[in-house]
Design a protein around this ligand. Structure first.
Ligand code: NOJ
Length: 743
């Protein structure tokens, strides 16, 4: 008996020691124990990412037997593989490799997966951080249920050039707003943290300055000062890193002559050095090999050397690491410690995702089915979409429209469009035609029947033919009100979709002129992935709603706004130019030595002789069906010392007849800086809801931290002196007061 209990005791102690040991081992220790078992080839294998065979989001490379490479442990990750069936199939192959290291499956989940939300630029117009976090959360819930581990989002590139097609993917032109949105989206995707099966690894991209491509032409070079990089382009990346983003993606562009993919300053010094980023960096599609085209390396051998030493941990699709890294190590050109560092970073994420415990934990068919058609997510997408629609004009209060008693003509190439409502970066599903709500369907849902609805297409999206005009004019003449839906097709903004002419495409503005000439009240809805130019429409049509690309529930959301069930509240996250000649255009510019006093000032000032300097619609602009009046600013002090806090107050009153939401915006100007400061910079905002007649005092608390900038030495500091405090409903119409801040 004593011997038995003694034996039992030993066994329990042994087991618990093993168990506890297992538990006590940190992820870093577990990573090291795997690393120790790996051959050089297996290590290099972890640094490769290939596309699957179902969909492509870049130029296709077909070489070698992918499946054999997975079985040989020559692959660490794949992209464009979705559904639990496909991911399981490939993961099973990885489990046949010697060390059974699981694959990571990455995917561009940019604005939803099954439930498509508005494009990110549109969501930014909501200025609603909680909702953007929620939209990313829903995307993660749905995509992770379909086997995806990792999203290549958020795209946090600041963009001041609407010719660049990828403005649709980001948060617009402002680094402050962009940083808050970057953090919100990272939190949304990663949810309660990696390791939960509904969390995706997020990826801040494209590091860095991709949005500043010369001429707005995608993949083009970027040339900018380090100060501008720090001041404008890096803040959202820093915010994403601080929010715990799991990965970064570098970018196609060169930055000041060095490809981002091999850029040591960006990846080693700033990201992994100063910011202490512990995740891994993936290249963009083929960007390692493309360094040969850039003319920075001779061949893929040199490209692999430059990219790895420059800080790119994983090679998406170029095969340069696969073909050359082991050789480079053997030749002593790449230190094994650099390879180990990259592998460690990747294995660590695989551990954090729980894939070593269970490589199939994201392959749950029931979960996939339960998320395939999630009605609650559709409802959230609809309400998000309504919050992104920007009311640009509402002369004579044409909007909202009555739900009864009037005949409404719906005219334009987007009225019955389905796919175009999703925009770029959305996957096509076989049942799209029945799931995506067109404008026609949305209005019909709202009115209960199509009895009082008329339709004419009028013209195609890109075509210049006017053959449909006569029918459209005839239809308009039979209606009481005309709603026109015009804009860009889903593939006119996005990757490789730069446009030199950003006017409304084809004959669409001509169609608007023809319909406006009927004398009927006209409402124009503009679907687009970027700020477009539509001056005639803006100057002549009484009501305009900017309806972006709103996702699966587009038609319902637009109908909610058209008929007043939702009072529009969105504000533009980018300046809208009068014409392409003003680009780049952004509100936070420098004053110049000869600033124009007015839009018509031409007295040897910095101006165009044929165009005002101001945008057509400024950053932060957006109307409501009600009106908001701003009182004067009152300040707690006008002379402050460094430890002081300034409280700036303004009273906002809803003087109209609808309940509505307003985004109250705070801007600051540093009047004199050792480095020139912009004419204004967004430093805060508050979203409020006011009933008709209601007023509220809105308060901003400002400290010297809000005055910081990158000085001549690129130190982030503030300087004492005079500051202008501005508060308003957009970046142009602000109340102002000056203060003095001493050390
Ligand atoms: C290229 C794009 O630039 C990037 O944003 C995307 O994530 C990859 N292709 C993968 O599709």
């Amino acid at each position: 008996m004593r011997r038995l209990s003694c034996f039992l005791l030993i066994t329990v102690v042994q087991l618990s020691t093993m168990f506890c040991f297992g538990q006590r081992k940190t992820i870093d220790q577990r990573v090291d124990s795997v690393l120790k078992l790996m051959t050089l080839e297996e290590k290099v294998g972890q640094l490769n990412q290939y596309n699957g065979d179902w969909a492509y989001t870049g130029p296709i490379t077909k070489d070698g037997d992918k499946q054999a490479q997975i079985r040989n442990g020559q692959l660490g990750s794949m992209l464009n593989v979705i559904t639990v069936e496909h991911t399981r199939q490939l993961q099973e192959m990885a489990m046949q490799s010697r060390l059974k290291i699981p694959l990571l499956f990455g995917q561009d989940i940019i604005h939803g997966f099954r439930t498509i939300f508005p494009i990110p630029l549109a969501e930014a117009a909501s200025w609603d951080l909680a909702l953007m976090e929620r939209s990313a959360r829903i995307a993660a819930i749905e995509a992770s249920a379909a086997g995806v581990h990792w999203t290549f989002a958020p795209m946090v590139d600041i963009a001041r050039d609407p010719r660049w097609g990828r403005v649709m993917e980001g948060a617009g032109e402002d680094p402050y707003l962009g940083s808050l949105i970057a953090a919100a989206r990272v939190k949304g995707f990663q949810g309660r943290g990696l390791g939960n099966t509904d969390a995706l690894m997020a990826c801040a991209k494209h590091f860095a300055a991709y949005g500043a491509a010369v001429g707005g032409r995608d993949y083009n070079s970027v040339d900018m000062s380090e100060r501008q990089l720090w001041e404008t382009y890096l803040p959202p990346f820093k915010a994403a890193a601080e929010a715990g983003v799991a990965t970064f993606m570098n970018s196609f562009n060169d930055l000041n002559g060095i490809p981002a993919t091999s850029n040591k300053l960006l990846q080693r010094d700033i990201l992994k050095g100063q910011w202490k980023f512990k995740g891994f960096v993936v290249s963009d599609w083929g960007s390692v090999g493309e360094m040969v085209n850039h003319g920075n390396v001779k061949d893929n051998y040199e490209a692999a050397l430059a990219a790895l030493t420059g800080g790119s941990d994983m090679d998406m699709e170029s095969r340069s690491y696969r073909d050359h890294l082991a050789k480079l190590v053997r030749e002593g050109k790449v230190k094994i410690s650099l390879i180990d560092d990259a592998v460690r970073r990747i294995l660590k994420k695989k551990f954090e995702m729980g894939l070593f415990e269970d490589p199939y934990r994201f392959c749950n068919k029931e979960r996939q089915d339960s998320q395939w058609n999630n009605a609650a997510h559709l409802r959230e997408s609809r309400s998000m979409a309504a919050k992104t629609i920007v009311l640009l004009k509402n002369q004579g209060q044409v909007l909202p429209l009555p739900k009864q008693g009037k005949t409404i003509a719906l005219i334009g190439p987007f009225v019955k469009a389905v796919r175009d409502n999703l925009g770029f970066w959305s996957y096509q599903w076989p049942d799209d035609s029945t799931r995506i709500v067109s404008l026609w369907q949305g209005v019909q849902n709202k009115l209960g029947s199509a009895d009082k609805m008329l339709y004419a297409k009028g013209c195609e999206i890109r075509d210049t033919s006017r053959s449909g005009f006569a029918e459209a004019v005839e239809v308009a003449s039979r209606a009481d009100i005309v709603v026109m839906n015009v804009g860009e097709a889903h593939d006119m903004s996005g990757e490789a979709k730069s446009r030199s002419n950003i006017h409304l495409p084809g004959a669409q503005e001509e169609l608007i002129k023809a319909i406006q000439a009927t004398g009927k009240p006209v409402v124009v809805l503009i679907n687009a992935g970027r700020p477009l130019v539509f001056n005639w429409t803006a100057d002549n049509v009484p009501a305009i709603l900017y309806t972006w690309w709103l996702g699966t529930e587009a038609g319902n959301a637009i109908a909610d706004v058209l008929f007043g069930d939702y009072n529009p509240s969105a504000k533009l996250p980018m300046s809208f130019p009068r014409t392409e000649g003003q680009i780049p255009i952004y509100y936070n510019h420098y004053n110049s030595g000869r600033p124009a006093k007015t839009d018509s000032d031409l007295n040897y000032v910095s101006a165009y002789i044929d165009l005002p300097n101001s945008p057509k619609f400024p950053f932060g602009f957006g109307l409501s069906y009600t009106q908001f009046e701003y009182g004067d600013i009152s300040l707690s002090k006008t002379s402050l010392r460094s430890t002081d806090k300034l409280v700036a107050r303004v009273t906002v009153r809803n003087s109209g007849s609808f309940s509505g939401e307003e985004t109250v915006q705070l801007y600051i100007r540093d009047m004199v800086g050792s480095v020139i400061r912009p004419v204004k910079e967004l430093k805060g905002f508050k979203k409020i809801t006011l009933k008709p007649g209601e007023s509220r005092v809105i308060e901003f608390t400002i400290s010297v931290n809000d005055l910081r900038f990158y000085n001549e030495k690129l130190a982030n500091d503030w300087e004492p002196g005079e500051f202008e405090i501005m508060i308003g409903g957009n970046s142009r119409d602000v109340k102002k007061m000056k203060i003095n801040w001493a050390r």
